[in-house]
Design a protein around this ligand. Structure first.
Ligand code: CMP
Length: 138
């Protein structure tokens, strides 16, 4: 089991000024930052990142939203990182997220859900590689 996961703080959360509060909760939950950048995806890049969802009905909306403003991308380290991070952020739909989770506190809807967290060790690697070169991770 890998000890790394990948996250993005999404455009809804950066626009509302939640970046600092979200990072604070991530750090306090025991994750350490191995790479981080503030950036903005083009629609093409957002489409490539979410390529596995290309056939889903919400794909167009997802790409438009994820390229609508700045994001923070990061590689995080902790024992059992993928599962523990998904627990910390809560269900994809904030209406179903548990009390105290990041999505419960900061997300508006299933589309504008404040943060992304990798769903497997394999995807954590692929997603981290999408954003960061070897020189940018520690
Ligand atoms: P994320 O974990 O980043 O990965 C895929 C994203 O698709 C997911 O978060 C949601 O933000 C988005 N998504 C999933 N289901 C829907 C939906 N029904 N409508 C809009 N967006 C969705």
């Amino acid at each position: 089991m890998s000890n790394r996961t990948f996250t993005m703080i999404k455009p809804d959360a950066t626009a509302k000024g939640y970046t600092g509060a979200i990072l604070d909760q991530i750090i306090k939950a025991g994750f350490s930052v191995k790479a981080m950048k503030w950036t903005r995806l083009t629609p093409e890049q957002a489409g490539l990142f979410y390529d596995i969802h290309r056939e889903r009905p919400f794909f167009g909306e997802l790409v438009e939203f994820m390229s609508s403003g700045p994001i923070v991308a990061a590689i995080l380290e902790k024992e059992n990182a993928v599962a523990d991070f998904r627990k910390l952020i809560g269900a994809t739909n904030p209406a179903q997220a548990e009390e105290g989770t990041i999505r419960k506190q900061f997300a508006a809807s299933v589309g504008e859900n404040a943060v992304h967290g990798s769903d497997s060790d394999e995807n954590a690697m692929i997603e981290g590689d999408f954003f960061f070169s070897k020189l940018e991770r520690f």
